[in-house]
Design a binder for this molecule. Structure first.
Ligand code: URP
Ligand code: ZN
Ligand code: ZN
Length: 466
């Protein structure tokens, strides 16, 4: 049955225009005025946007001595309620595993649960020659981007030789290298010193990971990528110093090679949040940590002037009170020491609403830029545009009817993310999804869940720039 989304204003990265959107099966077949079909979705007074794409998530991920609390069903449900219809998750290579084996593990996690479409980046933790060669085959696997960690010493961190060799291989095969840019060696020294001095409260997480060590690693990764000739995407950038390294690289002619994202939460919190009463600050423990108000201003400037091209979430939820009632361990694992608090925060559900409220409504970014940062640029950079990230004939009907007047109060009691807290408890947002479609199927309508586990598909992505 064909369906028409009628009477809305279509917002794309480049245009704003009144139009109906005609859907047949899984795809958009026409965008124009006066379209009709048997099924009608009313978009009067609303925007019609391409579904959000979150390129940085960690669902069902073993990490920090536990596992992230959302799986591929609960995480997808939360994403859909917030207007996100695709995400790219990190498949973390167990030491000794091939990239194929790593991806198989993550395909298994998604099987039968997925509701929205998804892709995988491989997080490389171990790069013998055989895996270096196998990197070329990620094109065949449809997972053409890979993250390397410059931090988390003794766990996920790789050295510069490994990073550089991966970059050289990426340059040959048009793969996008992503880096977690913090100087893990220096952080390790600071963490040991803090522990020896008995400084164990959550706030020391931020104090032992200063912004200079992110700026240094960002600049180093940029220079290594420049020499290797590899495309580079710096994930979860948090501060003015790191942003400066990206801005300088792009200004010296590398705007087609060097990219960076920030994540929603870095616009809103500072390191003082880790110093909240009692153990409450553990909720705000993530890496890189929250910074200063001046860094928030720099990030807003960065998304407005295109020094930053994407806003993702780094959704990596843990329970605050885990380890009981069948829950895996959560933030309580670090009650004795900040160094044992699982790193990560929930946020896949709130991204589009917070950026709309505090970005678009507050006049910091335009409607089109909002769509570009949250959907179109992610699709372009990660090899799935214009199938995703577009409102145009031939694109997948991943669409959100966005009601700019809808008010919501964010709360752990009503969220769909599987955690017992949200960083934004009690915050009011204005503007939220009315109807959410993934490949033509309605997932959410007027706040009601219509989706079905297992209906989400793996998206086979093209190499960088193709
Ligand atoms: O604290 C974070 N960001 N946890 C997830 C892992 C990562 O570094 O992205
Ligand atoms: Zn990271
Ligand atoms: Zn992450």
């Amino acid at each position: 049955m064909a369906t028409v989304i009628k009477g809305g204003t279509v917002i794309t990265a480049g245009d704003t225009f009144a139009a109906d959107v005609l859907i047949e099966g899984e795809q958009i077949v026409a965008v124009g005025r006066g379209l009709s079909a048997e099924g009608v979705i009313d978009a009067t007074g609303a925007y019609v946007i391409p579904g959000g794409i979150d390129v940085h998530t960690h669902l069902d991920m073993p990490f920090g001595g536990t596992v992230s609390s959302d799986d591929f069903f609960t995480g997808h449900q939360a994403a859909a309620f917030g207007g996100t219809t695709m995400h790219i998750d990190f498949a973390i290579q167990p030491k000794g595993a091939t990239l194929r084996e790593t991806l198989e593990l993550w395909h298994g996690r998604a099987a039968g649960k997925a509701v929205i479409d998804y892709g995988f980046h491989v997080a490389i933790t171990d790069l013998p020659d055989s895996v270096l060669e196998e990197m070329a085959r990620t094109v065949e696997y449809g997972a053409t981007s890979m993250k390397l960690f410059m931090a988390y010493k003794g766990a996920l961190q790789v050295d510069d030789m490994t990073l550089f060799r991966a970059m050289q291989q990426a340059a040959k095969h048009r793969l996008l290298i992503m880096v977690h840019a913090e100087n893990g060696d220096a952080i390790d020294v600071l963490v040991r010193e803090a522990i020896e001095a008995g400084n164990l409260a959550p706030k020391y997480h931020a104090l032992t990971r200063p912004p200079e060590l992110e700026a240094e690693a960002t600049a180093r990764a940029v220079r290594l990528a420049e020499v290797a000739g590899a495309p580079l995407y710096v994930v979860h950038l948090t501060n003015a110093g790191a942003l400066e390294a990206i801005r300088l690289a792009r200004a010296r002619g590398l705007s087609g090679q060097i990219f960076a994202e920030t994540c929603t939460q870095y616009f809103f919190f500072t390191r003082d949040d880790l110093d909240r009463e009692g153990f409450e600050g553990a909720k705000w423990v993530c890496s890189p940590p929250f910074r200063e108000l001046s860094d928030q201003a720099a990030l807003w400037q960065g998304v407005a002037d295109n020094s930053l091209q994407v806003v993702s979430t780094d959704h990596c939820p843990f329970w605050f009170e885990g380890g009981k009632d069948g829950r895996p361990g959560g933030k309580e694992l670090g009650r004795e020491s900040f160094a044992k608090i699982p790193n990560g925060c929930p946020g896949i559900e709130e991204r589009m609403m917070l950026l709309y409220t505090h970005g678009v409504r507050a006049g910091r970014i335009s409607l089109n830029r909002w769509v570009e940062l949250t959907s179109t640029n992610p699709a372009r950079l990660f090899g799935c545009y214009p199938r995703k990230g577009a409102v145009a004939p031939g694109a997948d009907a991943d669409l959100v009817v966005w009601d700019p007047a809808l008010r919501r109060t964010i709360s752990a009691a009503t969220q769909h993310q599987r955690t017992d807290y949200t960083l934004y408890e009690g915050w009011e947002v204005v503007g939220a999804p009315r109807t959410v479609l993934s490949r033509g199927r309605v997932l959410v309508d007027e706040g009601a869940w219509k989706g079905e586990a297992g209906s989400g598909q793996f998206i086979h992505r093209r190499p960088f720039g193709l």
